[in-house]
Design a protein around this ligand. Sequence first.
Ligand SMILES: Cc1cc2nc3c(=O)[nH]c(=O)nc-3n(C[C@H](O)[C@H](O)[C@H](O)COP(=O)(O)OP(=O)(O)OC[C@H]3O[C@@H](n4cnc5c(N)ncnc54)[C@H](O)[C@@H]3O)c2cc1C
Length: 401
Amino acid sequence: MSRLAQTHGLTDVQTEILSTVRDFVDKEIIPVATELEHRDEYPQDIVDGLKELGLFGLMIPEEYGGLGESLLTYALCVEEIARGWMSVSGIINTHFIVAYMLKQHGTQEQKDHFLPRMAAGDIRGAFSMSEPALGSDVSAISSKAVKDGDEYVLNGQKMWLTNGGTSSLVAVLVRSDEGHPEGTAPHRSMTTFLVEKEPGFGEVRPGLTIPGKIDKMGYKGVDTTELIMDGLRIPADRVLGGVTGRGFYQMMDGVEVGRVNVAARGCGVAQRAFELGVQYAQQRHTFGKQIAQHQAIQFKLAEMATKVEAAHAMMVNAARKKDSGERNDLEAGMAKYLASEYCKEVVEDAFRIHGGYGFSKEYEIERLYREAPMLLIGEGTAEIQKMIIGRRLLEEYRFQG
Ligand SMILES: Cc1cc2nc3c(=O)[nH]c(=O)nc-3n(C[C@H](O)[C@H](O)[C@H](O)COP(=O)(O)OP(=O)(O)OC[C@H]3O[C@@H](n4cnc5c(N)ncnc54)[C@H](O)[C@@H]3O)c2cc1C
């Protein structure tokens, strides 16, 4: 265990899980991550290993075959995994959000049907809100479901599905006007559909096409796709929770725990960048001494380590708040905002410490430099986090004069 980012007050079970995951990351992920990333190759062996460790069912209740662990345990595992390779945490994250939404909002039949196989990692989840014309402004969704007997017919185009190709269950948010009169607020006329499909690309179910992988600057290995619905027929019992019009709230609930997870990823990537920076600074010599002995470099290391500590503390606080049953949108928004900004800064400092070698693909920091920006965008951009934080502050500190 490193000196930084320690978490106090963990149970023996949590400590054991984390030490197993860290060991797995050091032995099975870090040695192969950069090579796989450069080839944009799906890390099948790593995913199989995570399945064996039970990580796909970490937060799924024991009655459905999961480990029934807390959000904190999950977030700390994500931090460890992202320290090894952020894309691997992306493979787990959308699965975790869909399982969480099912646990919180699914009908009993939906939970019984999906959760045991999700806990085993046999069904893998993705979630889909974004469209080509919108990401932040979820209320502008234009994909639509229209009722036809016992089924709904879905049409529209979705964008940016993490695990769009490899998943077999996608939680898709669309507009469903049925039962909602003209003038109903947009977020009250949206519904989440549980769409089962074959993994892969092309027409994966009648009316449903996953065109192919989007070519990205980083966050490689994990597939990110579009999703096209053209007369896709979904039975009414696959409306999440069985009632239309609740999709917006269900998704926002999922994204809220997702934000703690993105914060955890930022912490993990920043930790790795610090490790790489502090090692390199003691290997490289200039002007007759280790660059770590130049005060300018020591100051950088000091700033980096302080940011790693601060982000970790805020992430842990946000997870613990949710685990205690309290509302945590303020803490999750702050943790996500701070951890992703600090991550970008720590990675940049580690990159600078590497001098010209940071620009070479031979050095791990080059990969981290391309990965960090994704955290500024996913689960809501920095601007959206600040909007959430600002609104909540005005609720808490309402002027009483
Ligand atoms: C690699 C990757 C994976 C993704 N995975 C998923 C996924 O699995 N599922 C999914 O549904 N989506 C996913 N997304 C989409 C992601 O959630 C959106 O990209 C993100 O929410 C931003 O939306 P946008 O790209 O449409 O940007 P826009 O909403 O168009 O924003 C553009 C800019 O304007 C700013 N902005 C927007 N509105 C405001 C405002 N009111 N005030 C101030 N500034 C504002 C934004 O902060 C940003 O800087 C993924 C994206 C990426 C890049």
